[in-house]
Design a protein around this ligand. Structure first.
Ligand SMILES: O=C(O)CCC(=O)C(=O)O
Ligand SMILES: [Fe+2]
Length: 748
């Protein structure tokens, strides 16, 4: 697995040549202890945590076979081609090292990427004694590696240096669908680009800290990264950042309980049956391929998808991330199987499509490890069976390795057509900057803030109830994107349906279309609640006079009684009798929004409390609050849970973005319903995109937006259950999901 370099005389930029020469002549202690793989020890920061992580990771990767000649390899740096830098560095630390060779690490999926091949071609020009190609993975990965290895050899033979120009002649090889070589065309590559890109990726190597030996290691390292980043930003052709991250819902992650156990089971059985007859596909995606079966090949599964899952997913993604109905189109939906013995993980990546869902189909106890890993948050979402994680595919994520058992998920990539998205998005999906888009060189924020801009669309016109009653035109009103006018419009339209029947304050009025309820809060404010009996939707409007100043919208999640019964039993184990759940209804509370000027006045809590009372009057006694907004949680939940208040709900489950909130509520009598394992990130975050707080030596600094990465609001689902407080003996049961949609929503 070793190829000799062919052009030892090649020149490169001074920084790159320094780096490479150091790599070749490193005097760093690289000897390994007997019986254990050696690790490079020139990484002065948090090395022990790296080691611990690496150790654990390797244990989890117990199926991973390291192919190639380990005794002769040295890991120098990872050349990235839309690939998971962090994972690979982690893995490569556990190999044995020797100086003088360049190793290019690849793993299943990555090696098929043509841009990776091109990078290898570039790397082949380096002034190196040899290049090793090491493959991590199973049989399939090995055969891929062999193909690429063959490719490398050919590329090496085809590589020439053209003097004295600033370009290198390379051999561009084209491939057909089956990765067979179809043509070989000599091409040219700019020397500067090669090296800056190499530098860019080299920055993730601790060795980059020694490229400028007169500088402290951390400055040297940052300088290397900085130089590389200059090129990356330039090559990305990104627009300037469009939007503040606070307003960008695409940076959030949504959780959606969606399928019953039976539906999940049906999908798995269908897939296994199909797999037995026709096999599982393993290379449908050019990079980061999963072991999967497209949903349309499953007879029962495709029916279920068409009838119920598809529309519900598309609608939920639209609602959760602020797109209109019909703007979200799932284009590639497939059932994925991870097994301890086969493909057991999916390395970190960005998907091609803008939006992605991944829905767990089997029980979480069927496998060890696993989950959807979000790199910047450093969190692994280990959700329940039937629950989907909704997120932008442009948030770097991966399938956390499982160490045993099987993990089945339904994954779907969705395209979105919306005026809120840059017209360049299509090009980004298919075009040249893909390499950068997929790498961690640019942060999730940097990518998404350029893709999405809520200001691109005018807010849909909102009707004030008075206008409608008077038969007037709906008056357009300027509403900030974060207020998600769509939900208000939906909430108001439910209200309008039932509007003719205003309830006497404090009492529930039932009518043909639904029920209504009203509470007066004082200072000319009321909360009016409506339920639409035909659609099963609920809305609560906080009004000042006739003006809507806040709202809650709850939607029926469309589960059958039986399915919801199952879900409730799962969420509240041992608390619900089978026959209790015959009239269970599922409500998804999708939005709680207060207008800006009314925030911080306790009105959010009032709105929520009235909403809860409304549910109670309607006969619901189970509520699941999926609370992502940390600002709201404590005051609201304390007041809902307070023993001094009349019991509002028999059972309340809460997911909070902060585990400490669970602790706050413990004294109030909440018990843990569904403890979500706090999970360590796969890797400590290797600052591939370096934070450069102190770089006085660099005059260009202010130009580059190299900023500390603003953490995406972490979501650590912690669920609490209120103690059972019987209000009425026989009650229908409702599960209310509160998804805080907009990061800037602040209530109470
Ligand atoms: O395993 C997971 O949860 C992630 C799957 C994924 O990211 C993909 O298939 O693109
Ligand atoms: Fe993905």
């Amino acid at each position: 697995f070793s190829i000799k370099g062919t052009n030892p005389g090649m020149r490169c930029s001074p920084a790159a040549s320094k780096l490479l020469s150091m790599l070749k002549h490193s005097k760093e202690p690289i000897a390994g202890k007997a019986g254990r793989p050696a690790r490079l020890r020139f990484c002065p920061w948090s090395m022990s945590s790296v080691e611990n992580q690496a150790e654990r990771y390797l244990q989890e990767m117990n199926q991973c076979r390291i192919l190639g000649d380990r005794s002769k390899t040295v890991t120098i740096f990872w050349v990235e081609g839309g690939m998971p830098v962090n994972y690979m560095i982690d893995k490569s630390r556990t190999l044995q090292f020797q100086k003088g060779q360049l190793i290019v690490c690849a793993e299943l999926g990555c090696v098929k990427d043509r841009s990776f091949r091109r990078l290898i071609e570039k790397v082949m020009g380096a002034d190196l004694e040899s290049i090793s190609f090491t493959c991590f993975g199973d049989e399939e990965a090995f055969s891929e590696a062999k193909r690429v290895y063959g490719f490398c050899q050919r590329a090496a033979q085809g590589w020439e240096r053209e003097q004295p120009v600033d370009c290198y002649k390379i051999c561009q090889v084209s491939y057909d669908e089956n990765e067979r070589e179809t043509s070989k065309v000599p091409g040219w590559i700019e020397k500067s680009k090669v090296w800056s890109r190499l530098l860019l990726t080299a920055a993730s190597s601790p060795l980059a800290g020694q490229v400028f030996p007169r500088l402290p290691w951390f400055l040297s390292r940052r300088l290397v990264a900085f130089l590389g980043r200059l090129d990356a930003i330039d090559a990305m052709r990104f627009y300037p950042e469009r939007v503040s991250s606070q307003l960008n819902p695409l940076l959030g992650i949504g959780i959606l309980p969606l399928l019953s156990q039976q539906e999940c089971q049906l999908l798995i059985e269908d897939a296994e049956e199909h797999g037995r007859q026709h096999g599982w596909t393993t290379s449908r995606h050019k990079t980061h391929a999963t072991t999967d079966i497209p949903i349309d090949r499953l007879p029962r599964g495709s029916e279920l998808w068409r009838q119920s899952i598809g529309p519900r997913i598309a609608e939920s993604i639209g609602e959760r991330f602020g797109f209109r109905a019909g703007e979200v189109t799932p284009v590639d939906v497939f059932l994925v199987r991870y097994t301890g013995a086969g493909q057991n993980q999916l390395s970190v990546h960005r998907d091609g499509a803008l939006m992605t869902f991944s829905l767990l189909l089997n029980e979480a106890s069927d496998f060890q490890g696993g989950g959807t890993f979000f790199e910047e948050d450093g969190l692994v979402f280990r959700h329940e069976q039937g629950v989907a994680v909704l997120h932008s595919g442009k948030i770097r994520h991966g399938g956390y390795p499982i160490s045993s058992g099987s993990r089945y998920i339904l994954v779907g990539f969705c395209l979105v057509e919306s005026e809120k998205l840059t017209p360049l998005l299509k090009e980004w999906r298919w075009g040249d900057p893909r390499w950068y888009l997929s790498s961690s060189i640019v942060s999730d924020e940097e990518v998404l803030n350029r893709i999405y801009d809520p200001r691109r669309s005018a807010a849909p016109p909102l009707a004030q109830p008075a206008d409608v009653a008077a038969g007037g035109e709906e008056a357009p009103r300027a509403v900030r994107g974060a207020e998600n006018p769509k939900y208000r419009q939906a909430a108001e339209s439910i209200a309008r349906k039932v509007w003719g029947r205003p309830a006497a304050a404090g009492s529930l009025e039932k009518g043909e279309n639904g029920a209504s309820y009203e509470e007066t809060l004082g200072e000319g404010r009321t909360v009016r609640c409506f339920s639409d009996s035909a659609e099963g939707d609920l809305s609560c409007l906080l009004l000042e006079g006739e003006r809507t100043i806040g709202h809650v919208l709850a939607k029926d999640a469309g589960m059958s009684d039986e399915e919801l019964g199952e879900t409730i039993r799962r969420l509240f184990p041992g608390q619900v009798d089978k026959k209790d759940t015959s009239s269970v209804r599922m409500i998804g509370l999708v939005s709680i929004v207060l207008d800006d000027e009314f925030r911080g006045k306790g009105l959010g809590v009032e709105l929520m409390k009235t909403t809860m009372r409304f549910y109670q009057l309607l006969g619901f006694d189970f509520i699941l609050l999926q609370q992502r907004d940390t600002v709201l949680s404590t005051p609201l939940l304390s007041s809902l849970a307070s023993p001094s208040e009349p019991p509002m709900l028999r059972r309340l489950a809460v997911t909070s973005s902060e585990p400490s909130r669970a602790e706050n509520l413990r004294p109030l009598g909440c018990g843990i319903c569904q403890p979500a394992e706090p999970v360590m990130p796969v890797m400590p975050v290797m600052p591939v995109m370096p934070v450069m707080p102190v770089m006085p030596v660099m005059p260009v600094m202010p130009v580059m937006p190299v900023m500390p990465v603003m953490p995406v609001m972490p979501v650590m689902p912690v669920m609490l259950v209120m103690p059972v407080m019987p209000v009425m003996p026989v009650m229908p049961v409702a599960l209310v999901t509160v998804g805080m949609m907009i990061p800037s929503m602040i209530i109470g």
